[in-house]
Design a protein around this ligand. Structure first.
Ligand SMILES: Cc1ncc(COP(=O)(O)O)c(C=O)c1O
Ligand SMILES: [Zn+2]
Length: 410
């Protein structure tokens, strides 16, 4: 893919806390003045793109390239362009006529992380880096392995030992990443890989990387284009809180460019055993109190110290959104309901967004006429073990018709 830019717009990095600015080609993950995270800032008032031009391009991450930092031919596997489904049956059950799910499991590696990695790995090349790394609860490692393979560069991934769904490990291994299993949780693995990258020059592609999140904001752009109107509420499962922060940032940019005149209420759902952001919102804390032993069946969001928490709290608070937690049973029930009533196969963490909406509507916290987009983040096949445990095993029979009829009670 080659992009001819009519205007090569410059952008820079800005600290989300103190506002210090840095050149775009500086390889930095934190502000050198105060240590907080950095975000990419574009001169949105100078961008001349129209909605019409965007709409004339295929629905994909790269439809929105004027609001992305990549200035080379990107490393792409045609990510994005995922379906937005109307949840007719589940919506009727919940009394929500305008309930939708954006199925991010339909991306090349089966999760939304591909949106971030097409941009992140392209930026690695643009910045002249020769190798990439991440810590991961699974999906980030699978996606990084895929995009590093496409780029032809080595990848190192750190996983919390014994806590990653088998499909994700299989992907990271098969696509050729160096897979390291750390005896510790995700939060510790992230500290380690951060140190490794700072000392040995690998390019870090966790969600503290400001460029990776640029790709992820396109989930919101696509949903808006598919719905044809601004959703009232945008609901995401929250782990490290990169995705909810990214989508909010994207909506803010569209607002600055005059494409939308209000922002959806950003709503974050966490697993009950791993919910520091929900607690911070509920107790109106200025910042999250990390949880040292997060636990949930939804291993993708088993994160006690979300690195993007500061941005996520702003997203939720500034848009009048909500944060709620759901139990593992509620998550699994919704995973089955999505599969059996809507034909949508997702992994447990992904079902959390819709499970959260079921809970919030039962609590009377949301208006039934809202247009609600739930992001379902990863595919069912990512975690086949959790699926099999919930289902009756296949009925094994002798290879004759009477046995078949008997098995079917006919
Ligand atoms: C399937 C799935 N859902 C949700 C999340 C949470 O995203 P974030 O860490 O950006 O909050 C992840 C992160 O790994 C994930 O893999
Ligand atoms: Zn700063």
């Amino acid at each position: 893919m080659y992009f001819a830019y009519q205007h090569i717009l410059m952008y820079h990095l800005e600290c989300v806390n103190c506002g210090a600015t840095y050149p775009a080609d500086e390889i930095l993950y934190n502000c050198t003045k105060c240590g907080h995270l950095l975000a990419v800032r574009y001169p949105t008032d100078e961008i001349t793109i129209s909605r019409g031009v965007w709409n004339s391009r295929p629905l994909s991450v790269w439809r929105y390239r004027e609001l992305l930092p990549v200035r080379i031919s990107p490393v792409t596997l045609q990510e994005g362009g995922t379906p937005l489904y109307h949840l007719k049956r589940l919506g009727e059950e919940m009394g929500l006529p305008y309930l939708y799910a954006k199925h991010e499991g339909m991306n090349p590696s089966g999760s939304f992380k591909d949106r971030g990695m097409t941009v992140g790995v392209s930026m690695a090349l643009q910045l002249g880096k020769k190798s990439v790394a991440c810590a991961s609860t699974g999906n980030t490692s699978a996606s990084l392995a895929v995009y590093a393979a496409k780029a032809g560069i080595p990848a190192v991934v750190l996983l919390p030992a014994g806590k990653v769904a088998v499909g994700k490990v299989a992907q990271a291994l098969m696509h050729g990443a160096k897979v390291i299993s750390v005896r510790g949780n995700f939060d510790r693995a992230l500290e380690m890989v951060h140190d490794l990258c700072l000392t040995h020059g690998l390019y870090l592609l966790n969600s503290i990387n400001p460029f990776r999140l640029e790709g992820q904001k396109t989930i919101g752009f696509e949903a808006l284009d598919q719905l044809g109107e601004i959703p009232d509420r945008f609901v995401l499962p929250v782990g490290n809180a990169g995705n909810i922060s990214a989508v909010y940032k994207g909506f803010l940019e569209l607002n600055e460019m005059g494409f939308i005149d209000r922002l959806p209420m950003m709503t974050g759902i966490q697993a009950a055993g791993s919910s520091p952001i929900v607690r911070a919102i509920r107790e109106n804390l200025p910042e999250v109190v990390p949880e040292t032993n997060p636990e949930t069946i939804a291993t993708a969001i088993r994160i006690g110290a979300p690195v993007n928490a500061e941005k996520a709290l702003t997203a939720i608070r500034k848009t009048g959104g909500l944060a709620e937690s759901v139990t593992d049973d509620e998550i699994l029930k919704m995973q089955r309901d999505l599969a059996r009533k809507e034909g949508i196969g997702v992994e447990p963490a992904s079902a959390a967004s819709v499970a959260g909406i079921r809970k919030l509507v039962e609590m009377g916290m949301i208006d039934r006429n809202e247009r609600i987009v739930c992001v379902v983040t990863g595919h069912l096949l990512k975690d086949p073990e959790t699926v099999i445990k919930q289902c009756e095993p296949p009925i094994e029979i002798n290879a004759d018709l009477p046995s078949l009829l008997s098995a079917l009670h006919l």
